[in-house]
Design a protein around this ligand. Structure first.
Ligand SMILES: [Zn+2]
Length: 329
């Protein structure tokens, strides 16, 4: 494949339901921005969802990809050249830093949030432009393949924070895919007692999970990490008094209503909280947890594919035939 000097290879979504691999102009960093040569991007169910069904935050046409690590290749005007050559993780959000959400530390809920791969171009390309304030330097001992897990792990840390999970408490997680497994590992690291419910035998064995609950168990925290209304119904049914359910996985809009019974919450003083994405600080925590070995991620990599094989990568995610699928430009 030829590669002109001022162009790059990228995956572009022009309309919902389709994408193409094309040569597009090489993006130029503006003030306080850098251009990153992409080393690895992770594929997750969100990518499948935005390509096939669209997403609340998606603006077209768009280069998707929100799990990105790479090397800073050039800096924009009036931007500190110290970033040149740095190996970085890109926090996918750009928050205003001033609105009420930002001021309470929930930059992921910023009223003018710009998400890489949604509002601005993402990492399913050889290069991506990002603001300096979204960069986190990677420790030398951390490989790109491990560092790319910082994004999904950050979302899990946010969910556990929203749940106010404490050491010694019990947590049930539905689904032992990459997200469910990272949730379970992070919660065990925090000292929680974790039960994973997973119908697939291979995934279940890897996560040390169980096929189904007896129904008599009660958990302090329940988190569906699968977009299934049944998982949500179970997660509510087995919630202990003062338990917390975290709405971590979205449901199809036709399935989302009719799940909650307000009287159940009333009688048992239970809470339901949402968790969407992650804040910048979760990226710092996630990188530290992975770099120190406190949370293992390498065994979750099932496939490494070139960017041009995105169709195959999405199939692996759709059919759950793999675990974490990584793409390289
Ligand atoms: Zn804000």
């Amino acid at each position: 494949m030829h590669h002109l000097l001022n162009t790059m290879q990228a995956i572009v979504i022009h309309k919902i339901g389709a994408f193409s691999s094309e040569e597009v102009p090489l993006p130029m960093p503006a003030q306080q921005e850098v251009r990153v040569r992409v080393a690895v991007t992770g594929v997750c169910r969100t990518d499948l969802k935005i390509i096939e069904q669209g997403h609340r935050d998606l603006v077209l046409p768009r280069i998707p990809g929100e799990e990105v690590v790479g090397t800073v290749e050039s800096v924009g005007p009036l931007t500190d050249p110290v970033w040149l050559g740095k190996r970085v993780y890109l926090y996918p959000g750009t928050a205003c830093g001033e609105c009420p959400s930002c001021r309470m530390g929930a930059d992921n809920l910023c009223r003018s949030m710009q998400i890489m791969g949604f509002h601005r171009d993402g990492g399913f390309a050889s290069h991506v432009v990002a603001p300096v304030k979204s960069l986190l330097t990677l420790p030398d001992n951390l490989s790109f393949e491990e560092a790319v897990f910082a994004e999904p792990l950050s979302c899990c840390l946010n969910a556990l924070e929203r749940a106010e999970l404490k050491a010694g408490e019990t947590l049930a997680v539905w689904g032992a895919g990459p997200a469910g497994t990272l949730l379970a590992r992070a919660a065990r690291h925090w000292g929680a007692e974790v039960t994973v419910i997973e119908p697939d035998s291979l995934r279940r064995r890897r996560a040390g999970g169980m096929e189904a609950l007896a129904g008599t168990e009660r958990f302090n925290v329940t988190i569906p990490a699968v977009g299934s209304p049944e998982a949500y119904q179970q997660a509510l049914a087995v919630l202990a008094p003062r338990g917390r359910l975290v709405a971590f996985s979205g449901l199809h809009s036709s399935e989302a209503p009719h799940i909650l019974n307000v009287n159940t919450l009333h009688y048992h003083e239970q809470r339901v909280t949402g968790a969407y994405g992650c804040a910048f600080r979760h990226g710092e925590e996630a990188i530290a947890l992975i770099a120190s070995g406190a949370i293992q991620v390498k065994d979750l990599i099932s496939h490494r594919l070139p960017l041009t094989e995105l169709t195959e990568a999405l199939n692996l995610v759709r059919t759950k035939a793999g675990m974490k699928v990584l793409l390289t430009p």
